[in-house]
Ligand binder design. Structure first.
Ligand SMILES: [Zn+2]
Length: 131
């Protein structure tokens, strides 16, 4: 079992930038094409900006044209958790960091093979650890 990380809002605000805080702790979404990683082709591992958990590999990143970093697979089944989000007019599946519950983005069933999934993730919730 992964150990859960929990901090107060105040502690997260100290650690994160305003944008990172809004997105990861308040379920925000960065504007398309404004993030640091949507066009990034560097190889490495994408970590959770909040807790440093390994979430995605650059090998599974693809150019979705959406303006957000997109992956067809999470690093492991234990890296991320999914919950149904009914807050928008249509229900979507939210993706969280399993270790600290940071909001990462959403997953859609229109990605490339082999999974057919598209993890649409905010740059602000990620930190690339380059190889
Ligand atoms: Zn995390």
């Amino acid at each position: 079992m992964t150990k859960k990380i929990s901090k107060t809002d105040n502690e997260w605000q100290q650690q994160l930038t305003q944008e990172q805080y809004q997105i990861t702790r308040k379920h925000g979404t960065e504007r398309a094409f404004t993030g640091q990683y949507h066009n990034c082709k560097d190889s490495g591992t994408y970590l959770c900006i909040c807790c440093g958990a390994k979430l995605f590999e650059s090998d599974t990143k693809f150019d979705s044209g959406t303006g957000w970093p997109s992956f067809y697979q999470a690093l492991t089944a234990h890296a991320v958790a999914e919950t149904i989000d009914n807050s928008a007019y249509q229900s979507r599946t939210q993706v969280h960091c399993k270790s600290c519950d940071a909001h990462l983005g959403h997953v859609f069933p229109d990605g490339p093979q082999p999974t057919g999934l598209r993890y649409c993730i905010n740059s602000a919730s990620l930190k690339l650890h380059k190889k």
